[in-house]
Design a protein around this ligand. Structure first.
Ligand code: FES
Length: 219
């Protein structure tokens, strides 16, 4: 079945804005989507005095939604202070396009997080943040799981009520994900994406993810 895209999405896909690379950029990041393997690269010019994004360009190695969300994301952040961009929600690019099919919502996460990654690198470079060791807490795990979009509903797993339990026990992390019967066909896809997001933390913890049916059966 063909996916439904808004006119705005098609417009940004067929006529991407701010395409290319900035020479001698102040910040750069290339991010990949664990969900599909697509990638996006951003280069930014940032005013060192005002911390305003004065220019941004992107290159995409992905699908139509990857191109459209990255394109609109560049327009959304142009002229903004980096702190404002850091507070943007990961589904804002999709919202700005008038919505995306649920299975494509992760493209919006990639588009926004790619820019945030470039800003993070910039802040490290100028000494605004220190590359401290990430402390793993339930809250930080929930934040990571908020970047995993349910492919059926287009909502992140936390807000969709799929995270039943999180437990950190010394070096072990246990996560229990619950699926409704009509979500069970996405179990392996969700499991794979959760693991890829968690492994991206590059921590030394042992991560165990269990997926169970909300009706009480193991999947
Ligand atoms: Fe993965 Fe678009 S970025 S399908």
């Amino acid at each position: 079945m063909a996916l439904k895209y808004t006119d705005k999405t098609i417009d940004h896909f067929t006529k991407p804005r701010n395409l290319g690379t900035i020479e001698h950029a102040d910040a750069e990041a290339t991010e990949g989507s664990p969900a599909c393997g697509d990638m996006v690269n951003y280069t930014l010019k940032i005013n060192p005095d005002t911390l305003i994004i004065e220019d941004i360009k992107f290159r995409s190695y992905g699908c139509a939604s990857n191109i459209a969300t990255a394109s609109i994301a560049t327009e959304m952040v142009m002229g903004k202070h980096i702190d404002e961009v850091k507070n943007m929600g990961t589904t804002q690019a999709a919202a700005e396009l008038g919505g995306l099919p649920p299975v494509k919502m992760h493209c919006s996460v990639l588009a926004i997080n790619g820019i945030k990654a470039a800003i993070r690198e910039y802040e490290k470079k100028i000494g605004r943040i220190i590359d401290e060791k990430r402390i793993i807490t339930e809250k930080s795990l929930l934040n990571i799981l908020k970047d995993v979009i349910h492919p059926k509903h287009g909502i992140n797993l936390v807000d969709n009520g799929n995270i039943l339990r999180i437990k950190i026990d010394g070096q072990d992390i246990f996560i229990v994900i619950g699926l409704e019967p009509d979500e069970e066909m996405f179990a392996s896809n969700i499991n794979e994406e959760v693991m890829e997001h968690l492994e991206a933390m590059k921590c030394s913890h042992e991560i165990m993810v269990k997926i169970e049916s909300k009706t009480g059966n193991f999947i």
